[in-house]
Design a protein around this ligand. Structure first.
Ligand SMILES: Cc1ncc(COP(=O)(O)O)c(C=O)c1O
Length: 385
């Protein structure tokens, strides 16, 4: 447990809640989940499942109908054929990450990942007695691992590389040709690549051009792809995600899933069937467009205030902003901003060590009106010095 760190933003959140209880207003730009509730069609399907008594376990790998609905989704959205048998329904992307790393890691195995990156990954690796190797990344590689970095850090004990595209905390996407090169470099060394596509539904136009991003599954059948109903689908609290695994691993994953989780939530799986219906997808795409509008407001506004955001992130709902003009202790900076002007941010230290004190993450998971107020308050704070 000594190696498992808490989310530092929880301190910020606790203080924000205490301030709100005292009647002070707080603009929340720290929250890593959509502000929208689940679409009504999903809620209705969940309620209906409960009323029909669908409260027993499902198979450990999930409902066949849901695995098939996800296979259809890959076909329709990306034009990629994925066998439903390779799709495993999990308790969130969190469950998918645990299963994938659980079947891959032996004690002492090394797993490469980007710093900054999603903090739980290194803790999952530690849980299975592996060793997470965090590789510093910056704007030069779009905050992503690339083939060169992987070649440079690969050791005899390295077994896998993990990527997230779009990334949390940077929102940046790995270039398709670069991803292809990563897959080749890792495969040539007998390793596995895991790509977390949890923010994949939330990819925006850049400068009027569609980002044209496809899934890693279009490039290889040997990649592990992690996804979730949490972010684009707006179902964080239902706890449902999925893993697409190479065929040879599915039996081991089944065995591990039976032991760790027994099965993913039954009502949530029935609710998720509605998530892939055309009407729901149309609603989710409208929400995605709203996230894009928020990004397009917040990014120039933060740059104008003096935050350093060198790239326009193509996805997720985060901006990872350099704040070295103001501080080299972004944790103290975030706490002070909260205290002085009531804006909650996530400090860089939640995403690793590399230049963590010089970065904060802004989440645009709140309305444009709140974002505008947030920017105004930040302006006041920074002008006071
Ligand atoms: C990159 C990334 N992966 C995985 C997760 C876990 O999500 P969930 O378990 O809700 O699907 C998150 C949550 O913030 C995330 O940002």
């Amino acid at each position: 447990m000594a190696d498992i760190e808490p989310f530092h933003v929880m301190d910020i959140l606790a203080r924000a809640r205490a301030m709100e209880a005292e009647g002070r207003s707080v603009i929340h730009m720290e929250v890593g989940e959509p502000d929208f509730i689940s679409p009504q069609s999903i809620i209705d399907a969940g309620v209906q499942a409960l009323q029909q008594g669908k409260t027993h376990y499902t198979p450990a790998l999930g409902l066949t109908a849901l695995r098939e609905a996800i296979a259809d989704y890959y076909q329709h959205r990306y034009g990629v054929t994925v066998a439903a048998e390779r799709i495993i329904i999990t308790p969130g992307a969190s469950g998918a990450l645990q299963l994938a790393l659980g079947v891959l890691i032996n004690p002492g195995d090394q797993v490469l990942m980007a710093d900054p990156g999603y903090p739980c990954n290194r803790h999952f690796v530690r849980l299975f007695e592996g060793q997470a190797v965090s590789i510093p990344v910056d704007a030069d590689s779009a905050y992503q691992l690339n083939a060169g970095l992987i070649e440079q850090h690969w050791q005899a004990t390295t077994i896998a590389a993990m990527l997230a595209s779009p990334s949390n905390p940077t929102g940046t996407v790995i270039d398709q040709a670069e991803l292809s090169a990563v897959l080749s470099v890792v495969a040539a060394r007998g390793g596995c690549t895991l790509v977390d596509e949890i923010y994949h539904g939330l990819i925006y136009n850049v400068g009027g051009n569609a980002a044209g991003v496809t899934t890693a599954l279009a490039l290889s059948e040997d990649v592990f792809v992690i996804n979730s109903l949490s972010k684009y689908f707006g179902m964080t609290g239902w706890r449902l995600g999925w893993l697409v695994a190479p065929k040879a691993y599915v039996d081991s994953i089944d065995r591990l899933a039976q032991n760790i989780f027994l099965a993913p939530s039954t009502p949530a799986q029935y609710a998720a069937l509605a998530a892939f219906e055309p009407v729901t997808l149309a609603e989710l795409d409208r929400r995605r467009d709203e996230f894009q509008e928020r990004r397009d407001f917040l990014l120039p506004a933060l740059r104008k205030l003096g935050f350093d955001i060198p790239l326009t992130p193509q996805g997720a709902f985060y901006l990872y902003a350099g704040c070295s003009r103001f501080t080299d202790d972004s944790y103290a900076f975030a706490l002070d901003i909260l205290e002085q002007v009531g804006v909650a941010l996530t400090p860089g230290r939640d995403f690793g060590d590399y230049q963590a004190g010089q970065h904060v993450r802004f989440a645009y998971t709140t309305s444009i009106d709140s974002l505008k107020q947030g920017v105004e308050r930040l302006g006041q704070y920074l002008r006071k010095g």
